[in-house]
Design a protein around this ligand. Sequence first.
Ligand code: NAP
Ligand code: G3P
Length: 484
Amino acid sequence: MFKCIFREGNVYKCLLNGEWIESKTGQRDQIFSPTDGALVGEVQAISKEEANHFVLSAQAAQKAWAKVPVTERAAVVHKAAEILEREKETIADILVKEIAKNKKSALSEIMRTADLMHFTAEEGKRVTGESLSSDVFPGYSEKKLLIVNRVPLGVVLCISPFNYPVNLAASKIAPALVAGNSVVFKPPTQGAIAALYLARVFCEAGVPPGVLNVLTGQGREIGDYLVSHSGINMIAFTGSSKVGKHIATLAGMKPLLLELGGKDAAIVLPDADIQAAAKHIVAGAFSYSGQRCTAVKRILIIESVANPLIDALLPLVKKLTVGKPENNADITPLISNAAADYVQELIDDAIGKGAKLLTGNQREKNLMYPTIFDSVTREMRLAWEEPFGPVLPIMRVKNANEAIQIANESEYGLQTSVFTSNIDQAFEVAEKLEVGTVQINSKTERGPDHFPFMGVKSSGLGTQGIRYSIEAMSRSKAIVLNFK
Ligand code: NAP
Ligand code: G3P
C-alpha cells in the first residue's frame, strides 16, 4: 500500500530529500511502551552534522514548491488526509503502544487530524491580499496602486509534543505546506514512531523530495542546533513552557508560534448548573490522564457551592476506568515514570501542607489513579504548577473577584472555564481573565481546530488554528504600481 519504505522491522528511518535514511552514526533511540515497557521500535538519533542536511535540502526544495499553484499544494494535503484516514487503525495502534493513549482517543486524534488537513487545504486557497490606492490618503497627489499578497516565509521548523504526535504535527505541517513553505519536522522522541507514520502519509501523498524532511533525535541534543540554524525561517513549537522560552532566547529574528504549558482553571459560580459543570470538569481534567495543555488543572469554587460540586464530582471520578489503553481505559499510564514522579511530588507537597484528599493518591509505577484534593491553598505547589497528570486541586474562594485574582496570578494564561447561568456575569468575568480563551459553560479545550488557539504569558506566543497558522507561516509582500 505504501510506496515509501520507512522501516526495516521495527527500526524506523528518517525522511531526507524524498529518501528514507538511517543515521550514519548508527546511533538510535529505543522507544518503549509506557504501559508494559515492551520495545515499540527504534528511531534514528540524527546528529547535528546530519541535521544540517535536512535543513539545506528543505531550503533547496522550497523555491520550486512555492511556485506550485496553491490548488496543487492543497491537493497534496487533501490526498495526505485521505491516506491518513485509510491508515487510521494502524496509526491508532501505534499511538496506543507508544504514548498509552486509549484506542478511542487515538482514533479520534487521527480522524480529527484528517479533518484538520482537509480544512487547511481549502483554507489555503482562500488566503488573499488586498489592494489600496494612494488617493484615499489626504493631500496625496502621486498616483499609486498598492497590491499586497501573502508569500511563504521559507523553511518552517515544526516541533511537536508527545501528547498529540499526529494532530500537533499536522497542525503545523499542513498549513506550512499549503502556504508554500518547506518543512523540517522534529517529532517528540516518545511519539516519534506515530509521527513517522504521518510523515510517510505525506510522502505517499506526493510531497516533493525535500519539501518535507523529518528527523528524529533527542531535542536536548539537536534542538538548539535546528532552532539556531540560519536556514530556518520560522519556528512552530508546541511543548513545555521551559523549552518554549529557551527556544525564544535562541530564535533571534525568526517568527515564532509557541503553544506552551497551561494551568487552566474552572471557575464555578453559585448559579452554575452544578451537575453539568461537574461533567465538563471531569472530562476536562482527566481525559488522556490529564496530559493535555488545556486540561482543567484547578477548580476555583465559590464556598457556598463547594460541597454540592464535590458531591457531583466524586461519583463521576469513581466511574473512570483505570488500566490499559488497549482496553480503552479512561485513565492510562503516564508517558514516563519521571512524569509520574513529578505528579507524586505535587501530591505529597499538597498533603504535607494540609490539603484534604477526597479520592486517589494511588499509584502503580506510572499508572496514577484520578486524584482530587479539597482545601488546596496558595501555599501548595499544586495550586500553581502544571502536573500533566490526573490530579485536580479544589481551591475554595469567597467570590468571583477572588477567583479571577487567583486565576490571573498564574504564570500561565492558556484558557479558563466559567460556569454560570448568568450570561452577563459570564462576560464580566471573562473580560477580566488574562488568558487566550475563556470557555463559558464548557471544559477548556483547543478544538475545533479552525478556532484560534493561543496562550499568553508562559502559555505561548502567537495564534495557532488553521487560518491563523497559515497567516503565521506567511507574510505580506507589497508591490506598488506608480502611474501618471
Ligand atoms: P517538551 O518536553 O517541551 O518537548 C516538546 C518537544 O520539544 C519535543 O519534540 C522535544 O523533543 C522538543 N525539545 C526538547 N528540548 C528541545 C530543545 N532544546 N530545542 C528544541 N526542541 C526541544 O514537552 P512534552 O513533554 O512533549 O509535552 C508536554 C508539555 O507540552 C506540557 O507542558 C504541555 O502543557 C505542553 N503542551 C502544550 C500544548 C499547547 O498546545 N499549548 C500542547 C501539548 C503540550 P524530545 O521529545 O526529543 O525531548
Ligand atoms: O495538549 C494538547 C492541546 O492542544 C489540547 O488539545 O483539543 O485536547 O484541548 P485539546
